[in-house]
Write a protein that binds this ligand. Structure first.
Ligand code: AMP
Ligand code: GLY
Length: 439
């Protein structure tokens, strides 16, 4: 059964949700869904050591690759909505598989997920939709790629076509660096993801992330968010999954956000629809605001991490119903999603050695007995060791998130909170939000 065949009737009550994934994004999604009006229980699989700290949340140990076991547990537990967090299961067709069992799933099928899983496919879609993006060239062999660089005679951005955990992009300053990057990708630096390469003209300007919750035809936009991809202060050092974020980012006011919707998001959703792809899930547009106007740097088929952690505390109690309506293809029947009129900031605490070789198994102390309404700690790479002690289990360990009536206030809440978190080798940036902070 295809996703279009699922009923458009909203079930009477949305009580039980399953979130698939184990990161900070999924921890914050579970937290926000558990605050939604009708929700009684949120299951998370495989989750992390923070899952069961959230009232009403329970952790399961089924892997995202095991579609049959996931479908079984959803039937048994009478799950009304499944939210798939990460890109890999989406790219592998988990949403399609679960829909075949008649389950209600928030997340695109395999064809729609190519928006993220093939940069070349996404570029062609942008061309078809008339969406502004950097000029590009495709290459399947090193020789072909080098020829393009020589013809263009300028440093280019080199991208592995497939999924590479956010690390498949090399931005170079010189021709030599571009050629070196091409050589490394074709030698297998990003494995299978790099058997096809995209070369792009290098753009410049501030970056911003915009998220649209889509039901196949219609969409709801979330406040724009700003990510910080580099490991070190001053936006230096290696690229990471993201070291912090804030929202709403003042870089895009409401009018500019509506312009992005008209220029980028609606044309992409319409083009997907025209191709017969019923896209029910998040379209994440990573944009660069260049002198020549906004241009798409990349699309992702899921929420950003850590942008999601910053955004979730701003979501109203209708969130679960809105995601359910997207999954059913009937956004028009859902209540409006209310968004809190405040600012939210998120800072990621990473392990020593992240991103190359994070130190695992290090005990973590969190001395926030009473979390206020405007402060959250979302776990990511955490687990309990055999003594029941909370320890690091990944590169990005947790994020501290705070809200305030302006961004300065929100960051004050976060950095005060961060003082109460400690583990050996803790690494976090103290300049997240430097673009907008006055203090
Ligand atoms: P991506 O994984 O495609 O988001 O790329 C990672 C980062 O590389 C982006 O956040 C940008 O900072 C940078 N980048 C990607 N494409 C370009 C481009 N065409 N011009 C300049 N910077 C880029
Ligand atoms: N924060 C960037 C990403 O999730 O891809």
């Amino acid at each position: 059964m295809s996703s279009t065949a699922t009923s458009k009737q909203i079930p009477e009550k949305l009580k039980r949700v399953l979130v698939i994934g184990s990161g900070g994004r999924e921890n914050s999604l579970a937290w926000a869904l558990s605050r939604s009006t009708t929700i009684e229980e949120v299951l998370v699989t495989p989750g992390n050591a923070g899952t069961e700290d959230i009232p009403g949340c329970q952790r399961l140990s089924i892997e995202e690759t095991d579609g049959i076991a996931l479908a079984k547990v959803c039937k048994f537990k009478e799950i009304d909505l499944i939210v798939i967090g990460p890109e890999t299961p989406l790219a592998n067709g988990l949403a399609d598989e679960l829909r075949q069992y008649g389950l209600i799933v928030f997340g695109p099928g395999k064809l729609g997920a190519r928006l993220e899983s093939s940069k070349t496919w996404a570029k062609k879609l942008m061309m078809e939709a008339g969406v502004p993006t950097a000029k590009y060239w495709e290459a399947r062999e090193e020789k072909e790629a080098i020829k393009i660089v020589n013809q263009f005679n300028q440093a280019l951005v080199v991208k592995a076509d497939g999924l590479a955990a956010g690390k498949g992009v090399i931005v170079s300053d010189t021709l030599e660096q571009t050629k070196q990057a091409i050589h490394e990708i074709f030698k297998g630096r990003f494995g299978e993801a790099g058997t096809q390469v995209l070369l792009e003209e290098r753009l410049s300007g501030p970056e911003i992330s915009v998220f649209a919750l889509c039901d196949g035809k219609e969409m709801v936009l979330l406040p724009p968010a700003q990510d910080h991809k580099r490991l070190y202060e001053g936006d230096k050092g290696p690229n990471t999954g993201g070291m912090g974020a804030y929202a709403p980012a003042p870089l895009l006011d409401e009018n500019s956000l509506q312009d992005i919707k008209a220029l980028v998001l609606q044309p992409i959703l319409e083009t997907l629809c025209r191709k017969g792809i019923d896209y029910r899930g998040v379209i994440y547009a990573g944009l660069m605001l260049t002198q020549a106007g906004p241009k798409v740097i990349e699309f992702n088929c899921r929420f950003g991490d850590p942008e999601c952690q910053a955004l979730m505390p701003l979501m109203g109690p209708e969130l679960a119903e809105v995601l359910q309506a997207c999954s059913l293809g009937c956004l028009e029947k859902s209540p409006n999603l209310s968004i809190q009129d405040s600012y939210s900031a998120c800072v990621v605490a990473a392990s020593a050695g992240y991103p190359e070789s994070p130190e695992l198994g290090v005990p973590i102390s969190i001395e926030l007995q009473q979390k206020s309404n405007s402060l959250q700690v979302f776990h990511a790479g955490t687990s309990l060791n055999d003594k029941g002690q909370l320890v690091t289990a990944g590169g990005r360990v947790l994020s501290v998130v705070g809200q305030g009536s302006n961004l300065d206030e929100a960051f004050q809440v976060v950095y005060q909170g961060m003082k109460k978190v400690s583990f050996k080798g803790i690494t976090y940036r103290s300049d997240i939000g430097h673009q907008v902070r006055k203090s």
